[in-house]
Design a protein around this ligand. Sequence first.
Ligand code: NDP
Ligand code: MG
Length: 387
Amino acid sequence: MRKIAILGSTGSIGTQTLSVVREQGDIGVAALAAGSNTVLLERQIREFSPELVCVWEEAAAARLRESIADLSVRVVSGMEGLLEVAVYPKSELLVTAIVGMLGIRPTIAAIQAGKKIALANKETLVTAGHLIMPLARERGVPILPVDSEHSAIFQSLQGAVYDGGRNRIEKILLTASGGPFRGKKREELADIQVEDALRHPNWSMGKKITIDSSTLVNKGLEVMEAKWLFGVEPERIQVVVHPQSVIHSAVEYEDGAVIAQLGTPDMRLPIQYALYYPERRPLSGERLDLFALGQLTFERPDLDTFRGLPLAYEAMRRGGNIPTAFNAANERAVALFLERKIAYPQITEIIAACMEEASYQEAPDLDAILETEASAYEYIARRWGEV
Ligand code: NDP
Ligand code: MG
């Protein structure tokens, strides 16, 4: 049986990955990693029988070891543990479903060990795409997108390669729901509360990406993710607000043909496509009913209100370690907003300030990326107060 490993098995993508595994029944789980939710992790261990699991804090790992003493599962912790899960010999594919730059090192280690990557953890590509993509090519390891838009683009690109050539992409149409604050003006964002921002119209996801979707920072991260995954210049990636989230994204070819992937909003489809690519398997769930939908609508994004998107394009244009400054600032600012320590509009103010403050490096290696992250954190602590 083919086996996989999952980083972030207790989260939104992690649990949906396991539900695909449960429904299909012919993929095994070799290793799992979670943050702190050991109650759910223990249930997953008992259902899916991995041989290795990682819990971030050693104290929590020790408690888990006791509660599963009846099983022969090895429990590890910390970054060393995450790395072990990432390269676990019995797994052939790693699902990266943790949040943030924490995923960079395990993703690199897994590629070096020849694992296929089903990539949800977009922050890793945004900050280290220039290291990860060439490494994956060198090792012949596919990076299979899990993000719904990128899976849609990937699906729309099937058939683009033929004997002796490759059909070129004229443009990528990256769709966006617009989030819960679509239609609001900049002044109206001032007193948005955590609860308002956590209410996404179409998708139920982890907290960080839900906030990112409300600010359109998520779309900015996705433009950068698309640039790395598909080797397309940023000018050729157009964000299209499409509130129904039915067209998950599209590719325009040089002859003007636009090929898109449509479906109901259900992350299990892109997850399953990444796990079984290039095979399509049956999947339970609602089907698209075009008659019930009636119409699909499209708008340009409001760049004046949602500053995160133009800032992302600026970060891409400047390149080097600036996307890292953008991303690290956002990770910290979103955490502060969720802790109610800053106001909603400060998220993008902090991103802009950290991009200004960062000392530019053209081709940062892993250490330089992590240093840029640390400097952004220090700067935020100095200017906006310690957390
Ligand atoms: P969640 O917050 O729901 O889940 C995060 C997971 O990471 C949890 O399992 C959490 O464990 C785990 N985790 C947190 N800290 C650590 C740590 N230190 N060590 C190991 N594991 C840790 O996030 P999502 O599933 O929403 O998102 C995951 C990634 O996928 C993000 O990069 C996001 O942008 C991307 N993505 C998500 C989509 C979605 O629909 N959710 C869609 C497209 C992309 P615990 O619960 O135990 O703390
Ligand atoms: Mg997405």
